[in-house]
Design a binder for this molecule. Structure first.
Ligand SMILES: Nc1ncnc2c1ncn2[C@@H]1O[C@H](COP(=O)(O)OP(=O)(O)OP(=O)(O)O)[C@@H](O)[C@H]1O
Length: 204
């Protein structure tokens, strides 16, 4: 599915990692681990095609992602550190903005999955930190993308919410998808299938 070949990332004249190679197949849930500054976000941005590597390549279905940007973006759901939630809009409006082709029922069901029913019309700026993140996470119930790349999706999410998200990741993987995520949180016991890739930077 996704193949990372001999990837190197340099930021501000510091080599964060080099010679990084791994594969992600359908059914995989992969956690990128490492201390603050190790390059986890930088790696996810490279995988999403948002920045270019110093060396190496990222292949999707055996083709470099840079040669098939449109297909790549159709297959990818990338939720970054700041996942683009518009604070003046409500959860409903944000989800309509991202998934305008989704039926309203599907959007309400997604909001229900992340426990935001009753808040669907409240401006996001008035929601708690965890609820704001849940607005973006509701997309996991709407997106048709095969590969999810999620930067710190569990930040500010309570224990029950983390369990529910882990179950959603497993369901997606069981349906032939794959998930790559970063988190500093200890994952619950239910996450024993998560494969870990550790970034060790001489700078971090
Ligand atoms: N655009 C940039 N220009 C210069 N330096 C950058 C840039 N992006 C990231 N860096 C540097 O690269 C290093 C790695 O940052 P990155 O955000 O990838 O780390 P991380 O492993 O995700 O850290 P954290 O666990 O704190 O989120 C940091 O030292 C950061 O200052």
């Amino acid at each position: 599915m996704l193949e990372v070949i001999n990837l190197a990332c340099v930021r501000d004249e510091r080599t964060l990692f080099n010679g990084l190679s791994f594969r992600v197949e359908a059914g995989d849930i992969v956690q990128i681990e490492g201390p603050n500054g190790a390059g986890k976000t930088s790696l996810l941005r490279l995988l999403a095609g948002l920045s270019r590597a110093e060396e190496g390549d990222v292949l999707w279905q055996a083709q470099p992602i840079r040669q098939q940007r449109e297909i790549w973006h159709q297959n990818l759901l990338y939720l970054g550190h700041h996942p683009g939630v518009k604070s003046v809009l409500s959860p409903l409006e944000n989800l309509h903005f991202w998934h305008g082709d989704s039926h309203s029922d599907a959007i309400f069901q997604a909001l229900e999955q992340v426990d935001l029913l009753g808040y669907e019309e409240v401006p996001v700026a008035q929601l708690s930190a965890g609820q704001q993140r849940r607005v973006a996470l509701a997309r996991l119930w709407l997106s048709p993308a095969t590969l999810w790349i999620l930067d710190e999706p569990l930040t500010a999410i309570d224990k029950a919410g983390v369990e529910k998200l882990m179950a959603r990741f497993a369901q997606h993987a069981d349906n032939g998808g794959a998930v790559i995520l970063t988190t500093h949180q200890d994952l619950p016991d239910s996450a024993e299938r998560v494969r870990k890739i550790r970034l060790v930077s001489e700078w971090a």
